[in-house]
Design a protein around this ligand. Sequence first.
Ligand code: ACO
Length: 339
Amino acid sequence: MGNINAIITGIGGYVPDYILNNEELSRMVDTSDEWITARVGIKERRILTEEGLGTSYMARKAAKQLIQKTGVDPDSIDALIVTTTTPDYKFPSTASIVLGKLGLKNAFAFDFEAACCGFLYSLDVAASMIQSGRYKKIIVIGADKMSSLVDYTDRQTCVLFGDGAGAVLVEATTEEGVGVQNAYFRTDGKGLPFLHMKAGGSVCPPSRFTVDHRLHYLYQEGRTVFRYAVTNMGDDVMEVLRRNNLTADDVQWVVPHEANLRIIEAVTKRAGIPMEKVVVNIERYGNTSAATIPLALWDVESKLKKGDNVIFTAFGAGFVHGASYYKWAYDGDSLSSKK
Ligand code: ACO
């Protein structure tokens, strides 16, 4: 028997209906459409406003669309991974809630937390599980309700984030040369002071004090994070190209984490990859953390061609960062539906 390769065979996505645009934000904090557009590249973001709905709701919607689109038998799914920084609850896992709602009978589920690198890392984990030969079909969902941890009185962070979910089906194939090829991932552990939530974890559990002092919001020193993001993502892309003997000309698509258009432009410029090859949707969704890359794939799926070389790259709290090389396995709409 030949090697087992792991390929994405379909993509589903979900964004909430409510659109929070720059004009509305300008009425909430001292900011402007001009500043946000020029400094970050975002025009609007989606917000899950309905009370009582969390990340699992969006994750389930994305996975449902994925299952319908691909026509995959839910009973054939072996595992479901939800990668998120905004789980419904501390426990149980959001993945277990999603699995229950989807009615998957033969799967196990777990959450995977790696901030904005969550999708990149968990796609690799899913691929390794498939390549082990023990699992054949895994759903990987990147989902975040960033509005649940954003302080809408802090103009430095509230303009950046949005809510959404993207889901991919990862399947085993014996076809050569397609799917997850290689990855260069690193975590440097220097990020804590610059990007974190101060309370709510085991170091500083929730209390009246933490609520009164507004410690349950995302805290970010944007300028420092920006510098690290550009340097690390740029280096990671170059390294993954070098390790796979690829030049910028060999790359058809770069699908980056969407945190700031200026970061994306600086990273791809450094690698010599023109912006026509870069998937950008930050103007419509903002930074949806673990969901940005699968949502970008969802947007561009119809344009992807079998054999296209795709480079993923991301950076996030930790600091976590990396890039991976993926060879696309089908033309246009999902592969499973064509089987
Ligand atoms: N509207 C108007 N002015 C603003 C706003 C705003 N929304 N926010 C900040 N400013 C002001 C600042 O107060 C500052 O004013 P000053 O010069 O008078 O002090 C000025 O704009 C410049 O501020 P900077 O912080 O230097 O702005 P910068 O160009 O760095 O942009 C930003 C800020 C967008 C946050 C940028 O630093 C960034 O994108 N950082 C990285 C974000 C990121 O990648 N995060 C990682 C992933 S997130 C995750 O893992 C969960």
